[in-house]
Design a binder for this molecule. Structure first.
Ligand SMILES: *[C@@H]1O[C@H](CO)[C@@H](O)[C@H](O)[C@H]1NC(C)=O
Ligand SMILES: *[C@@H]1O[C@H](CO)[C@@H](O)[C@H](O)[C@H]1NC(C)=O
Ligand SMILES: [Mg+2]
Length: 237
C-alpha cells in the first residue's frame, strides 16, 4: 500500500515543504521532534506520502494545519463547558504538538533510511519546535479551562527530554503527560485508547482528541470529537 515516488521527485518536493515551514517558523524555538513509536522494536510502518500538488503549493502542509486548527478552535468555542476542571483535550506529541521536520530535514526527508540512533539523539536534544497552529489551539484550550493531556508513543524513559522539549516549545503546563511503558509492545491503538479509557474512568470528559496518525484517534473512547493533523512524512499503524 506504500505510495512510491521516484527519489528524484521527492527531494525537491520535500525541500519545498521544508522551506515553507522554515519561512513560517518562529525563531523563538528550536526545531524538530520525533515519532517515538518508531523506537527500537516498534512496529512502525514508514512511508512517504506527499500529496500530489504539494510541489506546486509548498505551503499546503501549513495551510492544512491551519484549517484543522481553525476547525478545532471553532468547535471549542461552541462547546457548553461545565468548567468543572474535568473537561480534557488529548494531544499526541510527535508531529502534532511538536514537529520533527528538523530531523527529516537532516536525513533527506525520507531519502535516507530511518536512523533510530539519530532519532534518539534528536529526542534527547529536546529541540523540536511546536507546530505553531497547534500551539495556538493549546493556548485557547487553557484559556477556556480545558485540561490538556498528552498521550505519546514516546517511552517513559524519554520523559525528561520530552518535558523539557514541550516546555521550550511553549507548552508550559498540562494535566497529564502519559508516556508509553517500555514494557508495552508496539501496538498504538490499544495503548492510546486504553489511556483514554483511564481518563474517562478517572472522571474526565474528553471533549477533543488530536493527532497526526489515525492510530492516535481510533479506538473507544475516541473523545467527543477527533482532529487529524496532516502528516506528509509517515504512517504509523
Ligand atoms: C545513524 O546516526 C548515528 C548517530 O548520529 C550515526 O553515527 C550513524 O552513522 C548513522 N547511521 C547511518 C547509517 O547513517
Ligand atoms: C544534538 O545537539 C548537538 C549539540 O547541539 C548537535 O551537535 C547534534 O547534531 C544534535 N543531534 C540531533 C540529532 O539533533
Ligand atoms: Mg504523532
Amino acid at each position: 500500500m506504500a505510495l512510491r515516488l521516484p527519489r528524484d521527485a521527492l527531494a525537491p518536493l520535500l525541500v519545498l515543504l521544508l522551506v515553507a515551514v522554515a519561512v513560517h517558523a518562529t525563531d523563538a524555538t528550536p526545531r524538530l521532534e520525533m515519532v517515538t513509536s518508531a523506537a527500537p522494536g516498534g512496529g512502525v510502518v514508514r512511508e512517504l506520502a506527499p500529496r500530489r500538488g504539494d510541489q506546486q503549493h509548498p505551503g499546503l502542509f501549513r495551510q492544512d494545519c491551519a484549517v484543522v486548527a481553525r476547525e478545532a478552535t471553532a468547535y471549542t468555542e461552541g462547546l457548553e463547558l461545565a468548567g468543572d476542571g474535568r473537561e480534557a483535550w488529548v494531544f499526541d506529541v510527535d508531529d502534532t504538538t511538536l514537529t520533527n521536520l528538523p530531523y527529516y530535514a537532516d536525513t533527506g526527508f525520507g531519502a535516507e533510511p530511518y536512523n533510530a540512533t539519530y532519532f534518539e539523539e534528536y529526542v534527547a536534544n529536546a529541540t523540536a519546535p511546536a507546530l505553531p497552529e497547534v500551539l495556538e489551539l493549546y493556548e485557547k484550550l487553557l484559556a477556556l479551562g480545558i485540561k490538556v493531556v498528552f498521550i505519546t508513543g514516546r517511552h517513559d524513559y524519554e520523559r525528561e527530554p520530552t518535558v523539557k522539549n514541550l516546555r521550550s516549545a511553549g507548552y508550559h503546563t498540562w494535566e497529564k503527560l502519559v508516556l508509553k511503558p517500555s514494557s508495552l509492545g508496539s501496538s498504538v491503538v490499544p495503548y492510546k485508547s486504553g489511556e483514554r479509557q483511564k481518563l474517562v474512568d478517572a472522571g474526565y470528559r474528553i471533549v477533543g482528541n488530536m493527532g497526526d496518525q489515525w492510530s492516535d484517534l481510533v479506538g473507544a473512547p475516541e473523545g467527543d470529537r477527533t482532529f487529524k493533523v496532516p502528516d506528509p512524512m509517515y504512517y504509523v499503524a
